[in-house]
Design a protein around this ligand. Structure first.
Ligand code: FMN
Length: 166
């Protein structure tokens, strides 16, 4: 059975290793690309219909508001079906202690019963946060494996860690 890498990532202005920087490719997207190189799995980008602001501070506020009202932002699109996929590498940045709410939308859209979910989270200090328990709650029939947490600013140096975890 096939493998899918479903990831959320935001480029543009971000806070990396204590500094605001403009990223051409988001940290999680870099990690997702490495998983693809290692596994040949299919890639799907989880994108909200209304993207978050390019400004870091605005994005922080938008994402916090989404989380406070337990929002389920609409997505641009979905994979037609997950029937061909047994394993899902779910990659996301830590937003306010868990996944971006768009990832909640994605997980709730499908019946994940019987799937193996392998979570990978990039962050700036809080690791996986509550994301694993949130994934388990949203996907009760899935086998949610231990997650891999990578510091966003170190993602380019993380290929070995990803290789071991994959
Ligand atoms: C809206 C927002 C909220 C964040 N909240 C946290 C957090 O609670 N804990 C943490 O360690 N990092 C937090 N970060 C940092 C990101 O998790 C980190 O920069 C990540 O690598 C970004 O991934 P991306 O470039 O793929 O979007 C936050 C970043 C943003 C933009």
């Amino acid at each position: 059975m096939g493998k899918l890498i479903a990831y959320f990532s935001r480029k543009d202005e971000n806070y990396v290793n204590g500094m605001l920087k403009n990223l051409d490719v988001g940290n999680t997207e870099v990690a997702a690309g490495m998983i693809r190189k290692l596994t040949g799995a299919a890639l799907f980008k989880i994108e909200p219909r209304q993207p978050y602001s390019k400004s870091y501070n605005e994005c922080i506020a938008q994402a916090q508001a989404d989380q406070e009202r337990d929002a389920r932002p609409e997505l641009k699109s979905y994979p037609e079906s997950l029937n061909d996929f047994q394993t899902i590498y779910l990659c996301y940045p830590n937003y306010w202690g868990t996944m971006p709410m768009a990832v909640f939308t994605f997980l709730e859209h499908f019946d994940m019963t019987g799937k193996i979910i392998k979570p990978l989270c990039t962050h700036e200090g809080s690791g996986l946060g509550n994301s694993i328990s949130d994934i388990r709650r949203l996907c009760p029939g899935a086998k949610v494996e231990d997650g891999l947490a990578l510091r966003g600013g170190c993602v380019y140096k993380s290929e070995e860690k990803i290789k071991e975890w994959v």
